[in-house]
Design a binder for this molecule. Structure first.
Ligand SMILES: [Zn+2]
Length: 245
């Protein structure tokens, strides 16, 4: 059970929230979707705001990519070992609670915007020494960073020998990454890169190439190949995960 890795008080909080949710939404008690993050199950996922798809967990608010990440991390035998030093960019609330309140983990949550995390950190100038971290989580960050190659080299630099960085970005199967410094306003970026703060659309293969050029060994993990069709359907998993060593 992936939820076994949650601190007990967080797991209990989700159980209570789930009971309340079912009491006020009895039609959701059919259990066709199961969230491995918080252990809840329901008839239908919650609509993702503005995205036209039902994919959000009603209780912990995870999306497809978070569930893929959490299941993978839950299989990492060293992740929850006492003393693990974890650097987490752009912390999502579920992960922040799961890692930040776990006494085994020395947790460093960071974001470029200091109001969104404990540490204000520019990924292209990470203010920690070489080999400081056992694990890094960096999901949906690099597509916002103009000098992403420098960001990747910094991730590589602060990762301990034998450590693992779990990286996700939106990517497409396309011949090359689409980027152009002349596309430099929120309006243009929205039009060309689908979000006002994105600075490129990655080609999946080129993203792997850039990570390798930064000094990483990279495994690209597709959820269906890793967990199978049935689990992907039941847990609604998505996004490729780039496992960097
Ligand atoms: Zn959940």
């Amino acid at each position: 059970m992936a939820t076994a890795n949650l601190p007990l008080h967080i797991a209990s909080k989700y159980v209570l929230e789930y009971r309340r949710f079912l009491a006020s939404n009895p039609d959701q008690a059919e259990h066709s979707g199961y969230c491995p993050c918080c252990g809840s199950s329901f008839r239908e996922w919650r609509p993702v705001f503005g995205r036209g798809r039902n994919a959000e967990c009603h209780i912990c608010h995870s999306f497809e990519r978070h569930r893929h990440m959490w299941l993978t991390i839950s299989e990492d035998p060293d992740f929850f070992r006492p003393g693990t030093s974890l650097l987490h960019f752009a912390p999502e609330p579920f992960f922040k609670a799961a890692f930040g309140e776990n006494r085994n983990i020395n947790y460093y949550d960071c974001d470029l915007a200091k109001e969104r995390a404990t540490y204000a950190v520019d990924i292209t100038e990470i203010p920690f020494g070489d080999g400081h971290f056992d694990r890094i989580i960096c999901s949906h960050v690099l597509e916002h960073v103009p000098d992403d190659r420098k960001g990747m080299r910094e991730l590589r630099r602060v990762l301990k020998k034998g450590g693992v960085a779990y990286v996700m970005v939106p990517s497409e199967v396309r011949p090359d990454t689409y980027e152009d410094p002349a596309i430099n306003t929120p309006e243009l970026r929205l039009q060309h890169f689908k979000q006002a703060t994105h600075v490129r659309i990655y080609s999946r293969d080129n993203f792997v190439e850039r990570l390798r050029e930064s000094g990483f060994e990279v495994d690209m993990q597709m959820p269906k190949a890793k967990f199978g069709e049935q689990m992907c359907r039941d847990f609604l998993l998505g996004d490729n995960l780039y496992i960097c060593r």
